[in-house]
Write a protein of this length. Structure first.
Length: 243
C-alpha cells in the first residue's frame, strides 16, 4: 500500500504494515511519582441522555507521551508549537535488551550506535532513534517498571549523554524515544538527556509500546499530539508505517 502526504513537493510513504506504538490509557497505568493518575468520569449516558460521554484528566507526561522544551526551560517552546511536518519522520530502532537484562542501569553508548550501523546502515539525518530496552513488558507492573532502589531512585535503562550528543551532532537526528518512562536512565535525576535534546526542540517520546514488532530500520513514524496551549508535553498516538 502507498499513502501520500502532500506539501510543496510530493512525499510518499510506502508501507506493508502499520504498528501502534502507544499504550492504552486507563486509571492504573504506571505514573511518575507525584504525577496525577488518569481519572475518568461518565457525564452522559445513552439511557438517560441519548449518547455516551466521559470526561478525563491526566498529566501531560503520562502514558505514551511527548515532552516539550518548556518542561525544563521556562523560555522553551510548548507542545503546541511543533510543526506538523516535524511529527512525520523516518525512524530506526536500537535493541539493547541484552544489555538491559544484565544491567538495569545500562545507558546507550557510542559503540552501541556504531555497532548498530555496522550491522544495519548509516543513521541518516532526520531520523528518530528509538531505544528498545524490553521495559515495555513491565508496563502492567508499576513497581517493576520503575524498579525503585534505595532512597526511591529508579533503575531502568536509557540513552547515555555522550551517545545522545553523538547522535545530535554527528548524525543530526530528529529526536529520540524509548519504552521506559524516561529517555534518561532512571537513576539520572538531572534529566540531562531530556534537556540536551529539548534545548534544540527535537522530539522526545517516552513509554512507547510494541517495539518488538518493529524492524531495525525502514519505517516512518507519525506522532499525533494534543496541541495543548502552553503544554509541557502531551499524551500521543504514535503509528509506525513499516516498509
Amino acid at each position: 500500500m502507498t499513502n501520500n502526504f502532500n506539501s510543496n513537493n510530493l512525499k510518499t510513504i510506502a508501507y506493508r504494515d502499520i504498528i501502534d506504538l502507544s499504550h492504552t490509557i486507563h486509571p492504573n497505568i504506571p505514573i511518575w511519582p507525584g504525577d496525577p493518575a488518569p481519572e475518568f468520569e461518565t457525564v452522559s449516558q445513552i439511557e438517560k441522555n441519548g449518547y455516551f460521554l466521559r470526561k478525563f484528566s491526566m498529566g501531560e507526561h503520562s502514558g505514551t507521551h511527548i515532552n516539550a522544551p518548556n518542561s525544563f526551560d521556562p523560555a522553551g517552546a510548548s507542545v503546541d508549537s511543533y510543526a506538523p511536518q516535524s511529527l512525520v519522520l523516518p525512524g530506526i530502532a536500537i535493541d539493547i535488551r541484552e544489555q538491559s537484562l544484565a544491567n538495569p542501569d545500562y545507558s546507550l553508548t557510542i559503540d552501541d550506535i556504531l555497532n548498530w550501523e555496522h550491522k544495519h546502515k548509516f543513521i541518516e539525518p532526520g531520523n528518530l532513534v528509538l531505544l528498545y530496552t524490553g521495559w515495555q513488558a513491565k508496563w502492567e507492573d508499576e513497581r517493576a517498571f520503575f524498579n525503585p532502589g534505595e532512597g526511591g531512585v529508579c533503575h531502568f535503562p536509557g540513552f547515555g549523554k555522550a551517545a545522545t550528543q553523538f547522535l545530535l551532532e554527528e548524525r543530526s537526528i530528529a529526536g529520540i524515544g524509548t519504552d521506559t518512562h524516561g529517555v534518561d536512565p532512571g537513576q539520572d535525576e538531572s534529566f540531562a538527556v531530556n534537556k540536551l535534546v529539548l534545548e534544540q526542540q527535537r522530539i522526545v517520546l517516552e513509554n512507547l509500546a510494541n517495539l518488538h514488532l518493529l524492524p531495525a530500520a525502514n519505517f516512518t513514524l507519525a506522532i499525533g499530539i494534543l496541541p495543548l496551549l502552553g503544554g509541557s508535553g502531551s499524551p500521543v498516538s504514535v503509528l509506525a508505517f513499516v516498509a
